[in-house]
Ligand binder design. Structure first.
Ligand code: 6PG
Length: 263
């Protein structure tokens, strides 16, 4: 297990730079629609893991809007959660609650198509192991028998975390489990999260980054190749696409912005 400081060896990742957050959400929604149609056509279902936090709410509302609610086959779309806070599912901090409020209720997604990550608040180990079994049962195995999500949506914190893979947290060295509990010192709270093995076996991974507050960190990750950021080790077997807005891209050197690709 190399140290985090190793330079990330990004395979060719794609970079989509939008004028603003709205355009970013439209670009991701279009990508989501295309992926879901292809997955359902080829394999009968679309398995997607949702991101938490504040950014994706706008995307989820767009997916539930007139424009997308009728152009995506929701009946064959199965929803999972890439990470979750260790709070009740109806708590203001819950990613499950946020996704329901922004999209799942409006689309009337049946409960059988939604897999909450937190199933036992009193025993996070049980929740993690239970979720691994669900993922292994529901998803086709990818390389090395690790289940392959069709799409995993992620955000990026201004400290370079993604999902609940926070700097200096124990989960960063997890190489065999697919889902694990993690105590986040800076937040003084527990979370559940997908691990690198599960995320990096996805067919497609999307990272959404919006706003000036993330510009410096994004430059460190994409231009300076600073391997010390947990998100730098998101290097999926499949396709990685960064969807960012102009504010978040404002510190990136022109050669990266022009190339739309990240070495
Ligand atoms: C969470 C998310 C987390 C999020 C980043 C960015 O549960 O909070 O999964 O990883 O994506 O913290 O959050 P914002 O989009 O709110 O900046």
């Amino acid at each position: 297990m190399g140290s985090l400081a190793e330079k990330p060896n990004f395979k060719m990742a794609k970079l989509s730079i939008s004028k603003n957050t709205n355009e970013l959400f439209h670009n991701v929604a279009e990508y989501f629609r295309r992926l879901s149609a292809a997955a359902i056509q080829e394999r009968g279902k679309f398995h997607v893991a949702l991101a938490g936090g504040g950014t994706p709410g706008g995307l989820y509302k767009l997916l539930a809007s007139e424009k997308y609610s009728k152009s995506i086959n929701w009946r064959h779309t199965l929803f999972y959660f890439g990470d979750e806070r260790a709070v009740p599912l109806d708590h203001a901090q819950s990613n499950f609650r946020m996704a329901h409020a922004a999209m799942l209720d409006a689309l009337a997604i049946p409960a059988t198509n939604i897999f909450p990550l937190l199933t036992d608040l009193d025993n996070l180990e049980n929740s993690a192991r239970h979720y691994e079994k669900i993922v292994q049962r529901e998803l086709p195995a990818g390389g090395g028998h690790i289940p392959a999500f069709d799409l995993i949506l992620l955000g990026m914190g201004d400290d370079g975390h993604t999902a609940s893979l926070f700097p200096d947290s124990t989960i960063l060295t997890e190489q065999s489990r697919l889902v694990a509990p993690v105590y986040v010192d800076k937040l003084r709270s527990w979370r559940l999260s997908f691990t690198y093995p599960l995320i990096n076996h996805a067919r497609h991974v999307v990272i959404m980054v919006s706003g000036k507050a993330k510009a410096e960190k994004l430059k460190q990750v994409l231009a300076d190749k600073d391997g010390g950021n947990p998100i730098a080790r998101i290097q999926p077997r499949g396709e990685l696409t960064w969807f960012i807005d102009a504010d978040a891209a404002s510190r990136l050197p022109p050669e990266i912005r022009k190339s739309k690709l990240i070495e």
